[in-house]
Design a protein around this ligand. Structure first.
Ligand code: R1P
Ligand code: URA
Length: 243
């Protein structure tokens, strides 16, 4: 028996805990890969629904990494519980994304400054007008600095968080392009909304796995195991913002 969350979608195993900063890929096996590749002494803190979560150390600081699942309802639930019930102060999403912008190419790293969405999730908080789900500035600036230090070029700007992978309206991609959005994915707006209302920090670091207007695309294995720039920028950001 561990400590269950109110939704019963997580249970913190006895003798384990969640670090103050959590990296969240959609795929729990990407979480396992990050833990086994980069963390020292990783310990599993959650395996309910196979949504694997690990805590270990990186460059001497504690960091956790846990899958979020796909889509805003899933990351909304997990980020809410991590922020409100398990003492987490910051979440860095490490996700794959489809490139939209002409200057964005497969394997490029995108730092999501803000996330437009077709999801009702942010509006359900009831603010008149539309909330603009936005990254935490300190995390964003830190990640951009670290990318520069690593010599990794990043595209910093707005992304689209869609409830649809297979969008029923084929013209939407063109509208995203015209709006100057860099990439499309399925979680960032939900994560940023949860962080803003919790008064906590969040950032999405994305690496482009395919492109809506270009033919290149990566395999699931390449997405899981080759996005090292995204993973290392996220880990170093997690360490640096903890001081
Ligand atoms: O690679 P992850 O983090 O899962 O992110 C992207 O991949 C999934 C779709 O293939 C969606 O979750 C999307 O946001
Ligand atoms: O949501 C996503 C993720 C990766 N690639 C896409 O085209 N969409």
């Amino acid at each position: 028996m561990g400590t269950p969350s109110p939704s019963a979608c997580m249970e913190i195993k006895d003798g384990t805990h969640v670090a103050k900063v959590v990296l969240m890929p959609g795929d729990p096996l990407r979480a396992k890969y990050v833990a086994e590749t980069y963390l020292e002494h990783p310990v599993v803190f959650n395996d309910v629904r196979n949504m694997l979560g690990f805590t270990g150390t990186y460059e001497g600081k504690e960091v956790s990494v846990m899958g979020s699942g796909m889509g805003i309802p899933s990351i909304g639930l997990y980020s809410h519980e991590l922020f409100h019930f398990f003492g987490v102060e910051g979440i860095i999403r490490i996700g794959s994304a489809g490139g939209v912008g002409e200057k964005v190419n497969v394997r490029d790293v995108v730092l999501a400054m803000s996330a437009t969405t077709n999801s009702a999730y942010p509006s359900r908080y009831g603010l008149p007008g539309q909330l603009a789900p936005t990254a935490d500035w300190e995390m964003l600036r830190t990640a951009a600095d670290i990318a520069d230090e690593m010599g990794v070029k990043t595209a910093v700007g707005s992304v689209y968080s869609s409830d649809y992978f297979y969008y029923p309206d084929p013209e939407v991609s063109e509208k995203e392009r015209k709006a100057g959005l860099l990439a499309v994915e399925m979680e960032t707006a939900g994560l940023y909304t949860e962080a803003m209302y919790a008064g906590k920090k969040a950032l999405s670091i994305l690496q482009v796995s395919d492109h809506l207007f270009k033919p290149d695309h990566l395999t699931p294995d390449e997405i899981r195991t080759s996005f090292h720039e995204m993973m290392e920028i996220a880990l170093k950001t997690a360490v640096r913002i903890q001081g």
